[in-house]
Design a protein around this ligand. Structure first.
Ligand SMILES: Cc1cc2nc3c(=O)[nH]c(=O)nc-3n(C[C@H](O)[C@H](O)[C@H](O)COP(=O)(O)OP(=O)(O)OC[C@H]3O[C@@H](n4cnc5c(N)ncnc54)[C@H](O)[C@@H]3O)c2cc1C
Length: 381
């Protein structure tokens, strides 16, 4: 029988493979991945500089070790360039590889802001171990690092960079950090805590260009001012990798469109992780991957199982000030009720009947995470 082929060796691909092995120890499994196939926990990338972690210490198992552990064939440094859904094959290393079931766990890639200037290419972003290695090289001699994007990843890196001894300025058009996740009052509390830790802010402006002057990078801002930095990190969001699916005629919208069984428009093809749009939801976080991997492993081993998403709060890794947020699900009509104290912000999002739909807790208020999570409705029942 042809193998189950998984494309991608991030948390999506490898978590699925681990779950599958618990249920189907002998089913042939072939993992093809563009990167080196090492296992690592991606969330650690934005907390690793201050701890002095290298790409080598972040990788806890090599592709060879994963192949033994998972009893799988793994092809690292190999791009899947085409899928033939009619013939049930993929093309990789110039070979035609047949599959019984195909799982796309191809992740997402950083969005690059359109920047003018002769040093736009010097702006880096971090979404995998290779990027992290580049970041470390870039900031090694840097005293001042500019971070474009005051969202979750930007704030985490900024906090990590100040802890690593760098001067940091975060730049972005929003009025407060994490504006897509937090009400402004809670964003302000986080901003002030990061400022107290040493982070400088330039909010309400965007970066238009980056030029090199001598050894420094000069960022041109939309209000006509400039910032001089030694390195620039962009963290303005991720875009699901859709090209491979699109070329094969598999339906995509914001992500690869899959149903509750993680099955794409083409039978026998599945998707999970940052590349997948499950019933309209693109949730680029670890918890949804765990849920999806467990359900899909059952389906692939013959027990067709729909994925369910409980409420899944996200912990923002800013040691300067704890933040946990459970954003209201899209379309959940309601309003924020916010209390700010010296210890932090407590924000609850309730509908017209007073039901809790989401929350954002900072500082001491994060102690309420568990009790509030129990009150939240599931994202997918
Ligand atoms: C800095 C950072 C911090 C984060 N922190 C948190 C956090 O604290 N909590 C949380 O819940 N989430 C966090 N996230 C999000 C979380 O890490 C991701 O949702 C998750 O790791 C995505 O896993 P994935 O397997 O879907 O994608 P990826 O890890 O991107 O894996 C995609 C894989 O597909 C391969 N690939 C792509 N195209 C091809 C192709 N054509 N052929 C072969 N291989 C291909 C790639 O090589 C890679 O192996 C963070 C993300 C980042 C970037």
């Amino acid at each position: 029988m042809p193998p189950i082929v998984i494309v991608g060796s991030g948390l999506g691909g490898y978590t699925l493979a681990k779950e599958l092995r618990k249920l189907a120890p002998d089913v042939p499994l072939h993992i093809v991945t563009r990167d080196d196939g090492a296992f690592y926990s991606k969330p650690m990338l934005s907390n690793a500089l201050a701890k002095g972690k290298t790409p080598q210490t972040l990788a806890t198992a090599s592709a060879e070790q994963m192949a033994v552990q998972l009893h799988a064939t793994i092809w690292p440094h190999t791009e899947v360039t085409a899928i033939d859904v009619a013939a049930r094959t993929v093309t990789a290393r110039g070979e035609i590889v047949p599959y019984d079931k195909l799982v796309l766990a191809v992740g997402a890639q950083p969005i690059h802001p359109p920047l003018a200037g002769d040093a736009a290419a010097a702006v880096c972003s971090v979404n995998d171990l290779t990027d992290y290695a580049h970041l470390r090289e870039n900031i090694e001699q840097a005293r001042h690092v500019a971070v474009i994007g005051p969202g979750l990843i930007g704030c985490e890196f900024a906090n990590d960079l100040v802890l690593a001894g760098k001067a940091v300025t975060i730049i972005g058009p929003a009025a407060e950090p994490l504006d897509r996740l937090l009400p402004p009052e809670a964003g302000r509390v986080l901003r002030e805590a990061l400022a107290a830790a040493g982070v400088k802010w330039r909010l309400g402006v965007s970066v238009q260009g980056v030029d090199r002057h001598d050894n420094a990078l000069v960022l041109r801002l939309s209000d006509g001012t400039t910032i001089v930095a030694d390195a620039v990190l962009s963290a303005v969001g991720l875009r699901p990798n859709l090209d491979l699916a699109r070329k094969a005629g598999i339906a995509t919208r914001r992500g690869i469109v899959v149903d509750r069984y993680l099955e794409a428009s083409t039978p026998g093809v599945f998707a999970l992780g940052d590349c997948a749009e499950v019933e309209g939801l693109v949730l680029p976080f670890v918890m949804p991957i765990m849920q999806a991997a467990r359900a899909l492993a059952k389906t692939l081993s013959g027990m067709r199982t729909a994925v369910s998403y409980p409420a899944m709060p996200v912990v923002v890794k800013t040691p300067a000030h704890a933040v946990v947020v459970a954003p209201p699900s899209p379309g959940g009509e309601g309003h924020w009720e916010v209390t700010v104290t010296e210890q932090g912000a407590r924000a609850v999002y309730r509908d017209g009947q007073g039901r809790l739909l989401g929350f954002a807790l900072t500082g001491a208020a994060v102690a309420e995470k568990q009790s509030l999570t129990k009150e939240l409705p599931p994202w997918l029942d």
